[in-house]
Design a binder for this molecule. Structure first.
Ligand code: ADP
Ligand code: MG
Length: 605
């Protein structure tokens, strides 16, 4: 029997930093799927139960393992992919460390069934907490079938640390997507609690992307292709007018591995400069190919952060090629989307300065020219919606609370003629003379503070008021955002949302809190999901507060929104009725006073 696996000698083993390979169910999915890809599978099926806490099963039709290898593969540093220290660079670049299965077997109960095509019978191995329980001959389809049960059963603290099923499933979907988006020629399936999440047939990259993110994505993908001696860049970027407020469709891959790269993200964003609505991010699926020697994946243990040798040069190349793709789209709007332009770039030598490709773009192109009203313009300031929430005459309620602040104000009439108490500048700040100088209010943050306080107050009294949407709006989300939405769902009602799970990655919005500006429901929801995701990194606030912050951010008026005199008056009145008008829910300043003394200084000779 010819085994493929060798156990690495100590010298090599010691060069390999023992890392935390398995952090959560998603890490198991990642490692097992990558192994299936390495084994040449053409179909990979992932079956999870209870977000992987009960079962993670990965079945492939790859090359399988011999009887000997089936037992060996759980040993630390058992790998068929590298054999000597000279191959260490392959460890750094590809991540073959022979550690994954050993790590999984150490923290779970694993059943492996595997058979090579050339063998008549296969092998079954049971391992639990690193100990091989049994090994026997079985009949099983060609390929490999790993079942990982009761993850962290022997590490109760670790198991307790796992997040909700929705959150863990989200991580699984992310890892699954990373593998699916780099292996479009492989059929990839994901099934959770007997429900299909993905059934992705083999195809080209465009088909794979639309398989993952939905058919509607197809219409907005612009191909990207650049070849230089330093790097090859391929993939797709989203049309500017389809940029969204949520992250989740931004991907960089290097040599078929997903990476995060904030610096390159900036390059993409600069290519879109001035043609995106505020706060919007374009989708992108950008694939780099480069000599593995020119990257260092070792700067981050989970290998999602990579350092390129020629980062500055690549930044320029990336910027130009994204600009080129956008420009091509704007110059011939009716173009055939499958036409993949290739930029001709002279071969540069390593020590010569790399020149970014020169590209013709239309600098005046602005996809919003015809749609100036696209962003926020339809939002109206809520006029009376919240009154019902408070159920009392607003003015009297606020007059009490205003007392402290009243002292700061001069009565309007004493300063200017009636009605001219406030001035809005740049559709962003509200200015008003006060006793000690000039008060400046950030309109968006002010409104955020108001919404936040009102929603929380309503939630506390358990009396949220929803305004019904004109028509119930059905919104289809991508798999990840859908999970986030399910996570939020529990508390959405407390805040006055009427949102239902419609199944099949869709939700129906029937009402939003009365305090929120009506309209643009989908945009608001996307923004909320984005905020909620980001706020998850901040463990300080409770779930309801977190959601209220996200909702306030989604529902507040934006910058660039002209306000009428009445609206300004209401905004100011409501702001100073808040318990803490000085700061936005996220702690940013809302009000500043430009002191008279400060003003006097400007005019000193
Ligand atoms: P690595 O992938 O770094 O080699 P792993 O611990 O992930 O280390 O896997 C150890 C070895 O087990 C692999 O090198 C491979 O030989 C074998 N193996 C793991 N999964 C599969 C699979 N799905 N099909 C065939 N062989 C596999
Ligand atoms: Mg592996």
């Amino acid at each position: 029997m010819s085994g493929l696996i060798h156990v690495l000698n100590d010298a090599v083993a010691n060069q390999i930093a023992a890392g935390e390979v398995i952090q959560r169910p998603a890490s198991v999915v990642k490692e097992l799927m990558e192994n299936a890809v390495d084994a040449g599978a053409t179909v990979i099926t992932v079956v999870v139960k209870d977000a992987g806490k009960t079962l993670i099963q990965v079945v492939d039709n790859g090359q399988g393992m011999s009887e000997e290898d089936a037992g060996l593969c759980f040993h630390r540093h058992a790998t068929s992919k590298i054999s000597e220290a000279g191959d260490l660079f392959a460890i750094h670049t590809m991540g073959f460390r022979g550690e994954a299965l050993a790590s999984v077997a150490a923290v779970a109960e694993v059943i492996l069934k595997t058979r090579r095509k050339e063998d008549e019978l296969g092998t079954q191995v049971r391992v639990s907490g690193s100990k091989i329980q049994s090994q026997e001959v079985v009949s099983t389809p060609a390929g490999t079938n790993f079942q990982v049960k009761n993850l962290f059963f022997n590490l109760p603290a670790r198991r307790k640390f796992l997040k909700s099923d929705q959150a863990e499933l989200r991580h699984i979907i992310n890892e699954f997507n990373h593998v699916a988006l780099t292996n479009q020629e492989i059929e990839c399936n994901l099934i959770h609690n007997d429900t299909d999440i993905f059934r992705l047939k083999p195809g080209n990259l465009r088909q794979r992307i639309t398989g993952v993110f939905g058919k509607s994505v197809n219409a907005y993908l612009l191909p990207l292709k650049t070849e230089t001696s330093v790097v090859r860049i391929g993939g797709y970027i989203g049309k500017p007018e389809h940029a969204r407020k949520t992250y989740g469709e931004q991907f960089f891959f290097v040599n078929k591995r997903y990476i995060r790269h904030p610096y390159f993200h900036k390059a993409v964003m600069s290519a879109y400069a001035q043609i995106l609505a505020p706060d919007h991010v374009p989708a992108y699926f950008i694939y780099f190919e480069t000599d593995p020697e020119r990257i260092d994946v070792n700067i981050h243990p989970s290998k999602t952060e990579v350092k390129f040798e020629e980062e500055k040069a690549i930044w320029q190349i990336l910027l130009s090629s994204v600009k080129e793709a956008i420009g091509r789209n704007s110059l011939s709007p009716s173009l055939d989307f499958d036409k993949e332009g290739v930029i001709d770039i002279p071969v540069a030598s390593k020590d010569r300065e790399v020149r970014p490709p020169q590209i013709e773009t239309n600098p005046d192109y602005n996809p919003f020219q015809e749609e100036q009203t696209y962003h926020r313009e339809r939002i109206t300031f809520p006029e009376k919606g919240y009154r019902s929430t408070y159920g009392q005459s607003e003015r009297s309620g606020e007059d009490d609370r205003l007392e402290g602040w009243e002292k700061l104000f001069e009565p309007a009439s004493a300063i200017t003629s009636a009605g001219n108490k406030y001035l809005q500048i740049k559709n962003k700040y509200v200015l008003s003379p006060v006793k000690s100088g000039l008060m400046v209010i950030d309109q968006r943050r002010a409104h955020e503070r108001i919404l936040y306080d009102r929603m929380l107050a309503a939630a506390e009294k358990n009396s949220p008021v929803a305004q019904q949407t004109l028509f119930p709006e059905t919104i289809r989300l991508n798999a990840e955002d859908y999970q986030v939405c399910l996570e939020m769902m529990e508390h959405l009602e407390t805040l006055g949302f009427d949102i239902r799970d419609f199944g099949n990655q869709s939700i129906v919005v029937q009402g939003i809190p009365a305090e929120m500006t009506p309209g643009l429901i989908k945009e608001k929801l996307e923004w909320m999901i984005e905020q909620f995701k980001n706020l998850q990194e901040e463990p300080v606030t409770g779930e309801v507060e977190r959601l209220a912050r996200a909702a306030a951010s989604a529902g507040a008026i934006g910058y660039g929104r002209p306000l009428t005199g009445t609206e300004i008056q209401e905004l100011v009145d409501q702001l100073f009725a808040c318990s803490n008008p000085n700061y936005s829910p996220s702690g940013k300043p809302v009000v500043k006073i430009l002191e008279l003394g400060e003003l006097d200084k400007y005019f000193k000779a």
